[in-house]
Design a protein around this ligand. Sequence first.
Ligand code: ADP
Length: 355
Amino acid sequence: MATLKKKGISSSLQHISMQNIKVVVRVRPITHNEEEQNVKNIVKCLTHKEILMKEKKYSFDRVFKPTASQIELYINVVAPLIKDVISGYNCTVFAYGQTGTGKTYTMTGDKCSIIKNWKEDEDAGIIPRAAHHLFHELDRMKINQYTIKVSYIELYNEEIRDLLSNDENALQLYNDSKGLKINGLNEVTCFNSADVCRELQRGILKRQVAPTLMNHQSSRSHTVFTISLSTTESNLAGEDILKYGKINLVDLAGSENIAKAGCKDLRAQELANINKSLLTLGRVIQSLADKNQKHIPYRDSKLTRILQDSLGGNTKTVIIATVSPAHTSHEETANTLEYAMRARDIKNTPVANEQ
Ligand code: ADP
């Protein structure tokens, strides 16, 4: 009879060779509107890793030009994480940037494209591609015993809403023996990538029609779409090895909200809360990068509390900073590039989840 065995940490470490955090920049194309207004292009992609704006050079793990396709970004940035999820790691991909720079385009694709076949749809974003890739990879690796679940939350004004539930009430966090959990969160079991895309579509629709949207815009909330995987594999000794991994795909609130301190159309509390999450995320990532820093301020915002098990130590993180090339956005673009530069270089050693 099969017995249960813990996954060997040393073998999983051999598997991991990449850095723990990657920061990439994607420059969106100039829009038709901007073209008509004779907007100047002030961002130049010098190489695959360097970008020049107003005579200042920035370097990142990768820079994607305005002509870069969705599949090019996916293959270079997210595809390597899928093997890590199957190996039992927690991974997070953030889209960070000013509203209108392509965060949602990058994460989900153009809204109408989600329900189509992603292979034929060049606009499909990271979430449908990751779903398809994960099922495909499990099949290729001949892993038959697995469960895939998805959840989708929106974080607005430090309140958590479940985008896959009809309930409008805010969800609360609680601690159980395995760590922080979201009370009552709907986690939907999916049997193929079409199921995942259907849940994504459902969540997007709920976000669009929600009554709370009367007084807020999506640019002021964060969304976290999580695909979690548990697998059972037998080793040569007939022992069952259980592994858990997940990928969080996070579309952050527009980064311009950080700078809108004196803006009249935002209520003070709302602004403070958006700032809190984005600023705390930046501080958490910087603290993780600093080997001498013992205290990581996860608890300072809901977003970092929710993602605590997916940032630092046992994890892989990618930040995709999206920017506009237009001279009219130069201040925001500079802020985004500076934030992204500060986020580079987390040096924790990853360790796989085990049971
Ligand atoms: P954000 O989520 O940052 O507010 P969106 O994803 O809504 O921005 O993008 C704004 C517009 O720009 C959308 O119409 C989107 O289709 C388009 N867009 C953004 N990035 C790209 C890109 N890399 N290539 C083509 N169109 C893009």
